[in-house]
Design a protein around this ligand. Structure first.
Ligand code: NIG
Ligand code: FE
Length: 415
């Protein structure tokens, strides 16, 4: 049994039954002042005011106490969309972009997803593990306690399995809660250019059964967008994934009103992600289902894209989740505190909404909001203690700086 005491503000206290927070409710954030947090065997046991703790403390005898005077406690961020298993980096492409080269020109110079594919195919499983581990450590230092990690830089059976084995090892070794997502349909590999349907055949007939048999993927993903995979490709892949229990989480509407959102809702996807292009029909489709609309502010920032209409979505009653999209091409950062800042500055979300978007709603987007995403009795004791800060709004306000001082995952201090 351990207790955090004198917490200036215990942020995101919710009843354990809440799975997501929608629409106007996202403006309400419960923050307990001058609070305690009691946890045992990896789970949250109780919380409340210091006055209540003074009355209870004697019942617990001498237990380990962590004093959080002047500090806030937040539930760990859930980062429901990342691509952290990759080899090398792509700052050359970044440089080219700044100098005004088009996407096509960049691709010709070896840029884009296929650049990462070339490097990943050459990398050993150990090299990939070590670099992904470092990224995970950094994410953890910034307050992330759960992550969904995608494959999708292998694009052949052997290399996709290699990526998924790396993710399986991360799952086993890391105290973070990790979910694996098979993204064979990230791009058409060089050897299949001009033969997209045959590549989808390979995914459906060989990759998914092999991966499914070894239970290497919790989820299945498709980059369903203009110039990438079609609705028909997506349906085939999601149906094949469903046969092996892989829930869909898909990349949709980053480049156009592609129908990706609708197909996600139709196949009961946990989430549809990116969403730069959202109109009335898309909002209606989302209102008719249980799929979490997920925005990736880091990618939109890095690529200078138009912004997802999150205020409209929330006004319509929808929940919104926000994840990092940590990847070498469009979002080389897993800093969820910065995601919160982008949410507020660029998307005009209120700090309260940004907290919901990065905790309970992303937990929902990765199917773990029964055990993560809020300070609730019985949930995993995954939380962080901030440095001394004046208010919870200081979190998004003080952008780029790490305000996290101590991290607890499964009830154990890991940083
Ligand atoms: O989520 N949109 C597709 N995929 C990635 C980009 C991956 C890359 O460029 O390597 C994304 O932004
Ligand atoms: Fe992505």
């Amino acid at each position: 049994m351990q207790v955090v005491t004198n917490i200036k503000g215990l942020v995101q206290v919710l009843p354990a039954s809440v799975r997501k927070v929608c629409g106007k409710d996202m403006q309400d954030l419960k923050v307990l002042k001058n609070a305690f947090l009691l946890f045992d065997k990896g789970r949250i046991v109780d919380y409340g005011s210091m006055k209540k703790w003074a009355e209870m403390a004697a019942d617990y005898g001498r237990i380990k106490e962590i004093d959080a005077t002047g500090r806030f406690v937040f539930p760990s961020f859930c980062d429901s969309h990342t691509h952290i298993v990759y080899a090398g980096s792509r700052e050359i492409e970044y440089n080219d972009k700044i100098r005004g080269l088009s996407y096509e020109e960049i691709a010709k110079r070896g840029g884009g997803i296929l650049n990462s594919v070339d490097r990943l195919r050459q990398a050993s499983e150990n090299e990939l593990f070590d670099s992904a581990w470092e990224r995970l450590q950094e994410m953890c230092a910034y307050g992330t306690g759960a992550a969904e990690i995608k494959s999708g830089y292998g694009l052949d059976l052997k290399s996709e399995m290699k990526m998924l084995r790396v993710i399986a090892r991360l799952k086993e070794k890391s105290p973070l809660t990790i979910k694996a997502n098979f993204l064979g349909a990230h791009a058409v590999p060089r050897e299949y250019i001009g033969r997209q349907t045959q590549y989808v055949d390979l995914i459906v007939k060989e990759m998914i059964p092999a991966i499914g048999k070894e239970k290497l993927a919790d989820f299945v993903d498709v980059f369903c967008d203009k110039g990438f995979f079609t609705i028909k490709d997506t349906e085939r892949i999601l149906e094949a994934g469903a046969r092996y229990g892989m829930r869909p989480k898909i990349h949709a509407n980053e480049l156009a009103l592609s129908g990706g959102i609708q197909v996600g809702v139709k196949y009961k996807a946990l989430s549809v992600d990116h969403l730069e292009y959202v109109g009335k029909k898309e909002i209606e489709a989302l209102l008719g289902g249980d799929t979490m609309p997920t925005v990736l502010p880091g990618a939109a920032f890095f690529l200078g894209m138009s912004l997802s209409p999150v205020r409209e979505m929330m006004a319509a009653g929808l929940p919104v989740a926000m994840a990092s999209d940590f990847n070498p091409g469009s979002s080389p950062s897993g800093n969820m505190q910065f995601v919160m800042s982008l949410a507020c500055v660029r998307y005009r979300m209120y700090p309260e909404e940004a907290v919901h978007a990065t905790t309970i709603n992303t937990a929902c987007a990765m199917g773990v909001s029964d055990v993560l995403g809020s300070i609730s009795k019985g949930k995993k004791a995954n939380f962080f203690i901030t440095k001394e800060i004046p208010t919870y709004e200081y979190m998004p306000y003080s952008f780029g700086n790490n305000k996290v001082e101590k991290v607890f995952l499964n009830g154990k201090q890991v940083r």
